[in-house]
Design a protein around this ligand. Sequence first.
Ligand SMILES: Nc1nc2c(ncn2[C@@H]2O[C@H](COP(=O)(O)OP(=O)(O)OP(=O)(O)O)[C@@H](O)[C@H]2O)c(=O)[nH]1
Ligand SMILES: [Mg+2]
Length: 422
Amino acid sequence: MFVDEVDINVSAGHGGRGAISFRREKFIPRGGPDGGDGGHGGSVYLLSSPHHNTLVSYRFHPDFDAPRGANGEGSLRTGKSGKDIELPVPPGTVAYRIDEFGHAHQFADLIGIGDRVLAAKGGIGGRGNARFTSSTNRTPRRADTGMPGEVFKLRLRMKLLADVGIIGYPNVGKSTLIARVSAAKPKIADYPFTTLVPNLGVVALSDDRSFVMADVPGLIEGAHEGKGLGHRFLGHVERTKVLLHIVDVSEASGRDPVEELEVIRRELEQYVPNADTLDPDALPLAARPQVVAANRIDILGDPLRLEALREHAAALGLTFHAISAVTGEGVPALLETLWPYVQHVSAERALQRSRQAADAGQADGSDDAPSPHGGAGYPSAAEALAKTTRPAAELAHSTNAGGPERDEPGLNVPAEPVDPDA
Ligand SMILES: Nc1nc2c(ncn2[C@@H]2O[C@H](COP(=O)(O)OP(=O)(O)OP(=O)(O)O)[C@@H](O)[C@H]2O)c(=O)[nH]1
Ligand SMILES: [Mg+2]
C-alpha cells in the first residue's frame, strides 16, 4: 500500500525521580545525603532510512511512547536513562507538529539518508538530595521529581526526492521510459491509469553521472478538479528540478499532440501546492524548466503531427526531443538534455542560498551540506540518496523487493550504468 501521509502521536519519557537517601554505614554515624539523580526520559527521533519507501506502517501503529528514566538511588547512583526511540521514515519525509488548533508547523525535512531529527525530547531526571546540600542545610530532605517528556501530535508527509519528474496523459509511455532508462520495474500496460502510485528510478549516465527520475500517475483535463487521479501525486514532483512532458505523437492516442501538451501545461498552472509543505524557494510547477519528449515515433503515421508539436515547443522556448520509449530511439539524447537542467538548477540554488547566507552575515563555506531542515539548495536527489554507506547495488536489492508489479514506489539503482540503446 502506498501511504504518503500519516498522523502519529509521540511522547517522550518522563525523567526519573531524584532519590532522598543518607549514607548509613558502620562507624560513619552521620553520613551525608547520597540520593542520586533520576535518569533522563527517552527521546523520540525521526530517522531517514533507505530501507523505507512508504509510511504505511505508521497508519496501523500511530502511537509511540519512549520509556521514562529510572529513579535515582542511594549511594549517589543515578537512575538509568530511558532508551531513545527512532522512527524510520523514507528519505524526503517532511515532519510537522500539529498544534491545538490543528495547524501543521514544519520542523524537519529529512532529505539525506541518515538525517536524524529530534521529534520529542525526554524529560530531564530529577536531582537527588545530595545536590541540595548547602552550608546551612547538611541534611536536605528534598529531591526533584523529574520533568515530563514532550508530547506531540506529528504529521509525516513523504515527498519523493527526484531530479526529473515525468508527467503526461495516461498511457503515453511514461512508465515505459523510466523502465528503459533505470532499474525501475513499473507495471506497463496498454490502458490508462496503469500507474497508480509514483515510481522512482535512478538514471545512470556515463562518467558517474546520475539523477533520479519520478514517474507519476497520468493527468487528464480537469485533474485539478479531481478528475482521474487528480492532482494528488503532483506533490511528488514538487522537489524536481525539471519536468519532462511525455506526449504521444502517434495516431494511437486519438488526441492532437499540441492540444495534449497544452492540457497538461494548463493542469500544471492550476496546481495549488500545499503551502505548508512547499519549499519556499521552489518555483511553482508551471514555472519549472520543462522538456518535451514526443513519444511513439516508431508507430507514427503522419509526420506532420510530430512537426506541429516540435514547432509548438519551439514557440514556447522548450527543448524538444522525438523518442520511442520502446525502441530507445532518441532516448540517450533526451537524457543528455536533462542532465544540465539537473546540474544547472542545483548550482543556481546553491548560489541563491550562499547569497542568502551572506546577506544574513553567516556565510560559512559549509553551505553544500544538505540541511535537514530544508530550504533551497537541495542536493541532487541522487546525491541525497547516495549518502549511505551501503553500495548502490545493495541499495537496489533491498529497496526493490516486491517484484515487478509491486504497489510501492521503489528506488531502483542499476548496478551497471544503463545503456538506453542496448
Ligand atoms: N509503439 C510504442 N508503444 C509504446 C511506446 N511507449 C510506450 N508504449 C506502449 O504504450 C502503452 C502504455 O505505456 P505505459 O508506459 O504503461 O504508459 P504510462 O504513460 O505509464 O501510462 P499510465 O501509467 O496509465 O499513466 C504500453 O502498451 C507500452 O508498450 C513507444 O515508444 N512506442
Ligand atoms: Mg505508467
